[in-house]
Design a protein around this ligand. Structure first.
Ligand SMILES: *Cc1c(COP(=O)(O)O)cnc(C)c1O
Length: 359
């Protein structure tokens, strides 16, 4: 017997979502962002799904090497750059490009005496104040990079803080672009700018490369729903009812007894809990689908189980199919109910659910 919890990964949906990127920004080349195990969907699977992408971008150097070992010949980019000087010869050998965001990295490059060429993406801090050189520091950083033997192509990169909003009052995409454009004016080399939010809400940004992540997996970066953007969910998490409880008025359910029935009710126990990646903070009312009927979570999420209200599901039984998110129940809706984002739910999928692929 196997536990009924299954994460269905839909490769065709991932391919479809990549085509949405292509159609939205037809002139840009695409870095498919596959960090964090392809947002929980599996690195190897993403290589098959996104074989048409122009490159893969990620954070983890081990995974970047794994991509090369799997035979990926097109570009690879480390979005957070490198951390230690000893990584540089490895990056050169595997032809893995990387972001450069601080003086310390440039110093390591200057001292490294690279024997093979590397491609770098010089990152500008245009207001997000996370990684990158300020516009005022950018020219000097570029000059130093250009003097380093074996630094080959230099691209220009920044990241938007509020791309899912049209006109953010604190820091708009337009303002970040204005800073970026004025500091890179006239420079030769590729520009590498837009994440999913910028692709979908600001498709007219002039950029040579885009960096979609969440939209490739069928999640919305914000603004509209994923379906409204024409995206298809890549991950559907399903389980089954493993016991039914008929409780009386005044009885409570689960740890902490945080839910008490105000009338007699039928409760379904579902084999999925926070050790599987279901968010422990999901409150009463978080949507769940049982046998195709939408209902709600009640009681506290425990490590291996949740409990759901079966009042609207007259024929529910042990073995009834339960959808936690995915097809018919957008992950973004579940995330919002739990006070988080679809990104976190995808990445938090644990090793415990069985993975099944479909095309
Ligand atoms: C994760 C990441 C992306 C992808 O962002 P999405 O919102 O998932 O599209 C793009 N660029 C950088 C630098 C990132 O770290």
């Amino acid at each position: 017997m196997t536990r009924p919890l299954v994460a269905n990964i839909d490769i065709a949906a991932m391919q479809h979502n990549l085509s949405v990127v292509r159609n939205t920004v037809p002139r840009a080349k695409t870095w498919a962002v596959v960090k964090a195990n392809a947002y929980g969907h599996g690195l190897e699977r993403s290589v098959r799904a996104f074989s048409d992408a122009d490159g893969f971008a990620l954070i983890e150097i081990e995974s970047a090497i794994h991509l090369r070992e799997m035979g990926w010949k097109k570009p690879i980019l480390l979005l957070e750059g490198f951390f230690y000087a000893h990584e540089l010869p490895i990056l050169a050998r595997y032809n893995i490009a990387f972001a450069v965001h601080c003086d310390e990295q440039i110093e390591m490059l200057e001292k490294s005496h690279l024997e093979m060429p590397v491609d770098v993406h010089l990152k500008m801090n245009t207001g997000m104040n996370r990684l990158g050189f300020l516009p005022s520091e950018y020219g000097n950083a570029l000059k130093r990079l250009k003097q380093i033997p074996n630094v080959r192509d230099i691209s220009y990169m920044t990241h938007f803080a509020n791309s899912e909003t049209k006109d953010h009052p604190a820091l708009s995409v337009e303002e970040q672009l204005r800073r970026f454009d004025s500091a890179t004016q006239g420079l030769k080399g590729d520009r590498n700018l837009s994440n999913s939010g910028a692709i979908l809400l600001h498709p007219d940004i002039r950029t040579d490369w885009v960096r979609p992540g969440i939209m490739l997996y069928g999640g919305s970066p914000g603004g509209k729903t994923a379906a409204e953007y024409g995206l298809k969910p890549a991950m559907t998490l399903k389980s089954e009812i493993i016991q039914i409880q008929h409780i009386r008025e005044g009885e409570s359910i689960g740890y902490g007894s945080i839910f008490t029935a105000t009338s007699p009710m039928t409760i379904g126990v579902v084999a999925c809990g926070y050790a599987d990646g279901y968010p422990r903070m999901a409150p009463e009312g978080t949507p769940v689908i049982v046998d195709g009927i939408r209902t709600r979570l009640v009681g506290r999420v425990s490590m291996d189980m949740i409990t759901v209200d079966l009042t609207p599901v007259a024929n529910a039984h042990v073995g009834s199919e339960v959808t936690l998110w995915g097809n018919d129940l957008p992950i973004d809706e579940v995330a919002e109910a739990a006070g988080t984002v679809g990104y976190e739910l995808m990445c938090a999928l644990s090793l415990r659910p069985r993975i099944v692929e479909c095309w």
